[in-house]
Design a protein around this ligand. Sequence first.
Ligand code: SAM
Length: 289
Amino acid sequence: MDEIKLYSPKVMMDILDRYGFKFSKGLGQNFLIDGNITKRIAEIADLDNSSGVLEIGPGFGTLTQALCKKANKVVAIEVDKSLTEVHKGILNYSNLKIIYEDFLKLDVKKIIEEEFKGLDVKVVANLPYYITTPIIMKILEEKYKVSKIVVMVQKEVAQRLNSKAGTKEYGAITLAVQYRADTDIAMIVPNSVFMPKPKVDSAVVEFKILPKPKIEVLDENMLFAVIKASFSQRRKTILNGLSNSLNLSKELINESLVCAGIDSGIRGEKLTLEEFGRISDEIFKRAKD
Ligand code: SAM
């Protein structure tokens, strides 16, 4: 029997109507309706019989279908339980398991360990726009054993993830990503390939997870506290921003900045990851006493 072309808008609407499914804007439900794009995402993820894929938000399953055809195993996490019956009718792949839970509340590390023994694990997703940042932060902070992350996000978010110090897109998430991965915008995707059509274009970002973080620091928590503090008060100088947010004296911060070779009047958005690393180490040495 021929496979159902899930990416066909007519097939999608017929099936969703049959099940009485209603798109939820709140859950970021914009489903892909272009088979070339789903195929291309699977290619970017570089999947073969040794690959395990963790998919976040399979939705109607257009991308899931392309992933199941290439990977050894796919585990998809979908928060919308109203898709359960739809999935039973269309996603009959022996290498697919769907878990109906909120990704943000799930012990994903445990799932990866249990489900993908011996496989090279990759995260692949067309992310729900309303929680793109928390999802990416969860993946990075919980340090899953994955070699690659390939995610579709809004174009402007992709630019932030891939930006350089001193640009207006540069932010705390840019640095969190840079710390653990090399990123690349693999493809720009027009809004016309989604149903319903969102207002803005998207982009597929590829993260290659590094075997070890790009810089070595004395304390990772301090590094992220310093980064967060520097960007939460963007208009303040680094000296004022850090002493306010970290609740440490200006003297201590000033001394740390001098020893790190950083001008205390500079703004956080001008600093590179390496410079944040030096500042964080100098503050850590002094704050722990
Ligand atoms: N992967 C499908 C595609 O490409 O056509 C759907 C992508 S759609 C942009 C995002 C999907 O994520 C929706 O199916 C939505 O229900 C699901 N979702 C939203 N919040 C979620 C969460 N917290 N955990 C898991 N899935 C979620």
